[in-house]
Design a binder for this molecule. Sequence first.
Ligand SMILES: [Zn+2]
Ligand SMILES: [Zn+2]
Length: 443
Amino acid sequence: MAQRGQGAARKASKKPAKEPAAAARAPDMDSLGFQAMDSNVPGLSHVILQKLNMKSYEDYKSAMDGRKRGSDFGIRTYFDMFQKMEDTFKFCAECKKLPDALPDPKSLRRCKRCQNVYYCGVACQRANWPLHKKFCKKLKLVALDRLVEWLVFTGDIPFPTETWTRPAGDVAGWEDWFAMQEQLEEKLGAVLAGRYMSLLWANAGKPRPEEGELRESVRRLVTDFHSRPLTIGLGLRLFGIDPLAKPLTVHVVGASHVETLNTRVTDYDELARMFPGQRGMEVVMVGVDVVDGPIMRPPLATPGPQGRIYLSSFKGLYHDFWEGQVETKLAARPDLVVGFHPGFHACPDLMAGWLPTLLLLRDYRLPTLFTVYSEQELKASLQILVELETHITGYAANPFASLRPEQVYSSPNKAPVYCSSYYITLLGPAASVGELEGGSDED
Ligand SMILES: [Zn+2]
Ligand SMILES: [Zn+2]
């Protein structure tokens, strides 16, 4: 059930860590993602593990799962942390050679424009330019955001937000959301002037960008942080589920370390600000790759606590959770089920894992929303859902997609992807196969 999509470097928008070491997030990905990296750049997964002082993917996984709590990956200083993170991006974008394969590993040069991709020498850089120039500008933003993301760990991002002053249905997207934030420029300014922003550029090994660029980066990471709760809110609206009418339960199916690593109990509070006067909402993270942490606590047996957003987790497959917890009334039945990038379109193995869950969602007629990374994934996912005779009630570009671009990790010269770019909504079995509704952005 691990999530996977387009091989994009997995990101967990997360949280203050007790020490810099714990904040050094490896490019998160599941074992499939690891193998995919090596097919583009042989040995790359090995380099990542080596930089993090780990011997195998299993080591990496158990660190992610929290079994090695306090593991510092052998990192002692901020400089070390940023250096090791950057090292994992060091391979020639043209010939794919890793530094170890060069006569002089130091000869690896970085594109000065984007500060993102590397080359083994001038010849490879020249050969790569016709392709790279199409992506260089966007890759500059990608490289900037992955450094500034550290401020999510330190707690500087997101800034404190306001209760929505407009009905959720009138907020068409991020522009409207930012417009509701009072003293936005002051709040962004405070992040830029913060101690951790200074520490970052003192240690990143790259020049501090100008203030305007940094401000934009912080804005993108704020959208990245709030994208998941607001997408849940969108799902409630699309199905006409009213949070003011009764307490609600939302299941996040196929949750992994992306949703649960270092997640704080307050991380989905934006949902309460989105629906002022809401009666209480529980969001249960369910998945085999759910990580131990503050939200690892049992789901509630009765719907959401009065007026609050309550996060809980269950480590296991969704259909097992359903049988063991929901059927036995240990956990409340969901009003909405959401899956962020389930990735079931990607390979037969993932599909095998997802099939019982997809059939359960269909046969119990659970209002369901899935997100995907790209139009291509949207098409592939729709096709599978049609084949499963699921009633697709709608699909479109997600107004609350993350605005943070992410590169396909081992293959940077590709169009970047954005988390939860598109959504699909489902409800029960299809009346007849192949009948589609909605799809406002499909021709
Ligand atoms: Zn090269
Ligand atoms: Zn470049």
